[in-house]
Design a binder for this molecule. Structure first.
Ligand code: HQG
Length: 196
C-alpha cells in the first residue's frame, strides 16, 4: 500500500470510530464527541495493518483532509480529536454547531439517488441513520456526495432563505458540510436529475 492509500484507510477507520463505533476500541467519548488522541493511537496501533500510525500521521491527515472531517484541539495538555459531522443518530453525544444567519447563504444542495426521490419529495429530507441531514454548499460538491451511491444521481436545491425566514435552522459544520434536523418538501427543488 502506498502512503496515500494507507492514510485513506486510516481516515475511513477514524470516521467509523469517531462517528459511529467508538466501542470497537472501547474509546471513552465525551458528550462533545472528543476522544483522547493518545489513547486512540495506542489502541489503533494494536490493530492489524495499523502498527505504523503515529500522532504526526493523524495531524497530517486532519490538516490535509479536503472535507475537514476531523478536529484536533489541546485541552489541559492533552490532544483531543473528534469527527466534525456524520455521527450516528444513536451515539450519545451533542456537538454545538454555529447556526447560519439569514442572508449568509441563499441556497444549499443535497446529492442523492433517484430511487429515494419519491420519498424525499413527499416527506422531505430526513437524517435517516445520522443525527442530521447533510447539505453541500454547491452543486459540484453535492454531485460528489451523490456519486457515493449506486443509481442515477440527483441534485436537490434547498431554498435556505425561505426555510430560515419560516423558522428553520441550519448549522455550518465545515466549509463543505451544512447540517439540518430535517428539510420539509416545500423548500426542496430538483436541480439536476441524472447528471454525469
Ligand atoms: C437519503 C459523506 C428516503 C439521503 C457525504 C441519503 C456527506 C432519504 C441517505 C455525508 C430521505 C442518507 C452524509 C427520505 C434523505 N427518504 N431517503 N425521506 N431523506 N434520504 O450517508 O447525505 O465523505 O446518511 O438522500 O459526502 O449521503 O463520509 O447521508 O442518500 O457529506 O465525510 O438517505 O457523508 O461524507 O445517507 O452523506 P447518509 P449523505 P464523508
Amino acid at each position: 500500500m502506498s502512503r496515500e492509500e494507507k492514510l485513506i484507510t486510516l481516515s475511513k477507520f477514524l470516521s467509523l470510530l469517531l462517528r459511529h463505533r467508538p466501542d470497537i476500541l472501547d474509546l471513552k467519548m465525551r458528550r462533545d464527541g472528543f476522544v483522547n488522541a493518545r489513547e486512540l493511537i495506542k489502541k489503533i496501533k494494536r490493530r492489524p495493518g495499523f502498527g505504523w500510525v503515529t500522532i504526526d500521521d493523524i495531524k497530517l491527515l486532519v490538516t490535509n483532509d479536503p472535507k475537514q472531517r476531523f478536529e484536533l484541539k489541546y485541552e489541559e495538555g492533552e490532544l483531543l480529536i473528534r469527527a466534525r459531522y456524520g455521527h450516528s443518530r444513536s451515539l450519545p453525544i451533542r456537538i454545538q454547531y454555529k447556526p447560519i444567519q439569514l442572508g449568509e447563504v441563499k441556497y444549499l444542495y443535497h446529492g442523492t439517488r433517484a430511487d429515494v426521490l419519491p420519498w424525499i419529495l413527499r416527506e422531505g429530507l430526513k437524517p435517516m441513520a445520522r443525527k442530521y441531514v447533510h447539505l453541500s454548499p454547491s452543486p459540484e460538491d453535492a454531485i460528489e456526495v451523490a456519486k457515493r451511491r449506486k443509481g442515477k444521481p440527483v441534485i436537490l436545491q434547498i431554498d435556505v432563505e425561505s426555510f430560515l425566514k419560516n423558522g428553520g435552522k441550519i448549522w455550518k459544520a465545515t466549509d463543505k458540510v451544512y447540517l439540518a434536523k430535517e428539510i420539509p418538501p416545500k423548500y426542496i427543488k430538483i436541480y439536476k436529475y441524472g447528471v454525469e
